[in-house]
Design a protein around this ligand. Sequence first.
Ligand SMILES: Cc1cc2nc3c(=O)[nH]c(=O)nc-3n(C[C@H](O)[C@H](O)[C@H](O)COP(=O)(O)OP(=O)(O)OC[C@H]3O[C@@H](n4cnc5c(N)ncnc54)[C@H](O)[C@@H]3O)c2cc1C
Length: 301
Amino acid sequence: MRRWKEYYTPSTVDEALRLLGEYNGSARIIAGGTDLILEMEAGHTEAPDVLVDVTKIAGIEEIREEADGDGAWIVLGAGVTHYQVERHLLLQRVGTCLTESCRVVGGPQVRNVATLGGNVAHALPAADGTIGLLALDAQVEVCTLQGGEVTRVWQPLLSIFAGPGRNTLESNQMLSAFRFRPTADREGSAFDRIMRPQGVALPILGLAARVRLDESRQRIEDAIIAIGPAGPIPFRATEAEALLKAAITFNDAVVDAVIAAAQGQARLRTSKHRASQEYRHEMIAVLLRRVLPKAVERARN
Ligand SMILES: Cc1cc2nc3c(=O)[nH]c(=O)nc-3n(C[C@H](O)[C@H](O)[C@H](O)COP(=O)(O)OP(=O)(O)OC[C@H]3O[C@@H](n4cnc5c(N)ncnc54)[C@H](O)[C@@H]3O)c2cc1C
């Protein structure tokens, strides 16, 4: 494997983006390196001359609560590791599907260094942390260096996905954080995935859901269902979500209709190393029957 020549550890976003600009296309961001280094070793990505390690940027590893006029946000720096998410007590309560999705990534060594920012920026439609974030309707903060100034813009998570393994970020941009509204009273979320027994990386299928119940705790007022891989980018089963919201109560017949809608909308494909399209189609049903009742149960309690 050809090696990089320089390795920088900037302490601010400004410094990181200036370095990327200075080396104009021959520098690349690295975080935990669990995707990037493996891709370089496998020859799928050419080693750049310069690596800019963003994990030493002040605050990028923080998880905190913030508030605006509409309520609370949970903010996670892009350098937060899967291990941090998995172990965070507040997140376990108010972002359960995210902690459940981060808990299954790789093994402990991978989770100790692999970041949420890397999981999202790598842009694979089945990435577990990404699916957990999507079900929480998370936003991503994109930082851009332009005219010597860094601007920070919160965008919907899906806006940075361009296709399998491709994001929309330019060479003067990086991700600095994610945020989502914590689940509150009458809300719950859950995640599960189907994995090959000998599998170490991406799942056959992962699915996360977030629901909000009405006052009676029988009807679903709001729902988000995220599935991956079910298309070129992480997938929201919007037709299934609409059915859930229209249903008068939550029962098995509604779940059956939701499954049919999700299966009809998903763009599943056969992958040589994981599963056939037909198998994934069936697994949508299996996962929805597991995840939806769990999210509803959590919302009821
Ligand atoms: C053994 C093994 C098992 C794994 N199992 C799973 C699994 O079960 N589920 C799963 O989803 N993944 C799995 N992965 C993949 C990987 O661990 C995750 O995708 C991880 O989150 C990547 O994060 P990282 O910090 O290591 O990213 P890196 O490898 O450092 O970077 C990945 C990409 O993101 C870019 N990048 C990183 N940070 C930023 C940023 N802040 N802004 C802009 N671009 C950025 C990099 O330039 C690079 O293109 C596994 C990997 C290994 C090696």
